[in-house]
Structure formats: C-alpha cells, structure tokens
Design a protein around this ligand. Structure first.
Ligand code: HH2
Length: 260
C-alpha cells in the first residue's frame, strides 16, 4: 500500500502532493512501481495535528481519488469522516482506511456496512491531539488485541461482514517507541483475531529514535528493516511511502526467506 498524503503538513511528506495533478502522478507512479493499493489521505494525523473540516478534506482528496480510480488504480481512502468516505467511494475509491477504527464518526460504520466495501480498522486511543497522553499499557499486545476485538465486534454489529475487515495495530498511534517495538515483535499474537494484518511503520518516529535520524524523509533504511520484520511476523499489507524500494526489498526477502 503506497501512502499518498494530499496535505500541506504530513510529518513524512507534507506539501509534496498538495497539487492534485502532481498527487495523481505520484499515485500512478506508486502503482507502476508495484503498489497494489494507493492510500489517499487529506488530513495529517501526526501527534498534535490540528483537525480539518470534512469539506476541506474532500476538496483535497476527491480529484486525486477520481484520477487514480479512472486510471484503474485500487484506491483506499484514509479518513475518519463518514462524509469523506462516502464521497471518496462515489469518486471510485474501493477501500476505507480509518485510523480511528470507525469510532470517530458515529455514521461511519453504517456507511461502510451499506456500501459493502473492505475496511481497515486501526488501533488508536483518543485522537491525534490526545493520543500520546494515552500511551499507557501494562501489556501492550494484549490490550491492543482486546481493543481491536471490540472494534471488530462493533463493526459486525453495524452490519459489516467479517471478511471485509483488515486490522492494524496502529504503530505510533498512542504508542511510545517501546510499545511500537513490542507490538511488532508480538505481531503473530494478532493472528488470534483471524483477520489480515496491515502495518504502517514507514518513516515513523520510533525509526528515527532508534536509527538516530531526525529527518523523516531520511528513514528509508530503517523503514525497510522494520517493514520486512513485520512481514516476517505476519503482516500481509505494508503501508509505505517508498514503494519501489519496498517492492525490491520484499522481492529479495521473498526469495531468501525460504526454510533452510
Ligand atoms: N499511519 C498514518 C496514517 N494512516 N493508516 C493505517 N491504517 N496505518 C497507519 O499506520 C497509518 C495510517 C500516519 O502516517 P502518514 O500518513 O505518513 O502521516 P500523516 O498522518 O502526518 O499524514
């Protein structure tokens, strides 16, 4: 899954894709480089990011979603807002990716159920403004599993079929670096939920902290290492900024990582 942030302020690539034509070109390049899905988002969710209105979010993402979908790209819409989900699905998006696990907008679960589209339920606590204060766990893997199980149950209660759901531990969302690391090490435990696992480690702050790289755009080596590790522990979808590089790394890992 390639990351396409149509935002002025994303932590990793803010401002690079704010112009719709350039954003669409970047998304097409990701697909050509081997991304199976391009994840289009219009709101930065970095810690402390100010929320934007759904109208502004749609103004940013819809032309890009439309252009990519028309070109045959499988598009997911990265949003917490039901109105943006609906508009993006109308514009050709096929998947909803909600960092709030369908908790932010009370209308979101029913909307996804009615549309019958696949959805990614990510684990987070609070919202981007408050999440860091809520990164308090006695057993992070156990608590994330329990809280994701509750999100799956709520989604099914709203009429979303189990087969349409993928889960995501939410690396960096209400997680300090030690939490993110423990979650990746214990990723196989999430298999108990019986759903495909998506992981987003690309350029995140724990990579900067451990790798000694303050600039998010210079965190590719650590992102590749963490991404391959996540795949080795059961991640089926990697959300990445650097598609061509990740595809190359996965090809090598796929050839080499056969049992000796
Ligand atoms: N991470 C980000 C945004 N959306 N969605 C899922 N499912 N999983 C993630 O780990 C995830 C996500 C944050 O990364 P990015 O989009 O690069 O930054 P920003 O939120 O500042 O736009």
């Amino acid at each position: 899954m390639g990351v396409l942030n149509v935002t002025p302020d994303s932590f990793s690539d803010g401002g690079r894709h704010i112009e719709p034509q350039r954003a669409a070109a970047a998304g097409l390049a990701m697909a050509a480089a081997g991304a199976d899905i391009v994840d289009v988002g219009g709101e930065s969710t970095r810690p402390g990011a100010p929320p934007i209105t759904p109208d502004e979010e749609q103004r940013r993402v819809l032309p890009v979603v439309r252009a990519l979908a028309q070109a045959g790209v499988l598009v997911s819409i990265d949003t917490r807002n039901a109105a943006t989900m609906a508009a993006a699905l109308d514009a050709g998006a096929a998947i909803v990716n909600d960092i709030s696990g369908l908790t932010h907008d009370p209308a979101a679960a029913a909307l996804v159920a009615a549309r019958g589209c696949p959805v990614v339920l990510m684990h987070m606590r609070g919202d981007p403004a408050t999440m860091n204060a809520r990164a308090v766990y006695s057993d992070v893997a156990r608590e994330v599993i329990d809280e994701l199980a509750a999100r799956i149950a709520a989604a099914e209660q709203a009429g979303i079929v189990c087969d349409a759901i993928a889960i995501d531990p939410g690396i960096g969302f209400a997680k300090l670096a030690p939490h993110s690391i423990e979650l990746l090490r214990r990723l196989p435990e999430l298999a108990v939920l019986g759903r495909p696992i998506l992981v987003g480690v690309s350029r995140k702050s724990f990579i900067g902290r451990i790798g000694g790289e303050p600039d998010p755009q210079r965190r590719l080596p650590g992102s590749l290492a963490a991404g391959l590790f996540a795949v080795s522990r059961g991640a089926q979808i990697l959300r990445v900024h650097d598609v061509a590089e990740t595809v190359q790394a996965l090809k090598l890992w796929g050839v080499l990582a056969v049992p000796a």
